[in-house]
Design a protein around this ligand. Sequence first.
Ligand code: GDP
Ligand code: MN
Length: 435
Amino acid sequence: MVCRVFGRQDKICLPLARSRAGPVYCRSGFRIPQISADVAVLKTMKIHEYQAKEILAKYGVAVPRGEMANTLEEATAVARTLFAEGASGVVVKAQIHAGGRGKGGGVKVARTREEAELYAKNILGMQLVTHQTGPQGQKVQRLLVEETAAIDRELYLGIVLDRATGKLVFMASKAGGMEIEEVAAKDPDAIFKETIDPAVGFGAWQARKLAFALGLKPTQINHAVAFLQSLYKAFIDTDASLVEINPFITTKDDKLFALDAKITFDDNALFRHADIKALRDTAEEDPLEVEASKYALNYIKLDGSIACMVNGAGLAMATMDIIQYAGGSPANFLDVGGGATQEQIEHAFEILLSDANVKAIFINIFGGILRVDRLATGVVAAALKLKVTVPIVLRLEGTNVEEGRKILKESGLNFQVGATMKEAAELVVRAAGGR
Ligand code: GDP
Ligand code: MN
């Protein structure tokens, strides 16, 4: 699994090692600050480039003139207006929740209105494949049509949380237009970083340092400082988890623009940003995750074959680890929460079972607020109602565990129960067909 510090591909950081006293490391070797649940679940909400640019524009960040289009007619109208207003060209850009669109054929520069119309026709509705969409690609349902810029240099700007220090880092690089992970791997010195002290904020002197490091001209420096500060303000105000401008460009006439923009938001803070929450585009998300969010289930789809039903994020993480340790691979992360109701358990079952890759289900519950007997009743009811045919392995501990075991035994259904977490993990890996 790949690191999610940049919000890419992978959806969660799995702790590699965990101990009460010591630090926690994710699989990519990043130190995870210990929070209450002892784990870091990085759930973020993504938005489209056109939405990110609208937000940034409110903070005074310069973005090219343009508009979103849902249909070919709308796209043509935007292109016509831009040309009529004097644009020398327009760029037609696929709006999907993934980067790498340029290489995948989702970004095209048109010199005439006819050309723009042709590109819009080709891109709208296409199944766009990039390194971030997976081989199946993502259907393009929206376009952004913008005035082209006379690019002089393509640079990179990004703000992320550095989990090692627990502070935000402002990154800048001359290698814009390239994937920053690629730059980090090949030439880490090519990324300039300024760590931000949360008590002080992002200082003008830091913005200035980055602007000089990027080799900007003296005439561009002050403008760049304001640009970087606006990005930081937007990040803080919106409770973002990532702001990335790639490329951040300079033009031949010395102007600066955010040519591309990516913002993701911390899910945990969305309750105080109704306007941002409204930007969610569920058409871009995994349908099972959308379904799960309706029932307040913390579900993240993964690629393995063993479905997990667990209460508590820490136990869910540990469950995924032990499945891997036993030689299997988890089909999902699912935290049904401390006080799950029978109805939630049924919905959770439905969601787990709608994943065609699932070969076995592992229910790993520690009965606290959610008593084991109540869970067992819910599991039996759901298994009967949904006519579950895949093997189910349980590991139960906690309040009313004996009553729970009895309910399972007397149900007449074929559940396997592991005495320990390790034994249950081995049972479920075997039930799913092993490695
Ligand atoms: P991404 O591939 O998903 O990151 O999409 P970007 O918006 O970053 O576009 C990819 C590349 O297309 C950029 O790095 C630019 O080189 C190019 N591009 C995007 N917009 C324009 C534009 O207005 N004019 C020109 N000439 N190139 C552009
Ligand atoms: Mn880009």
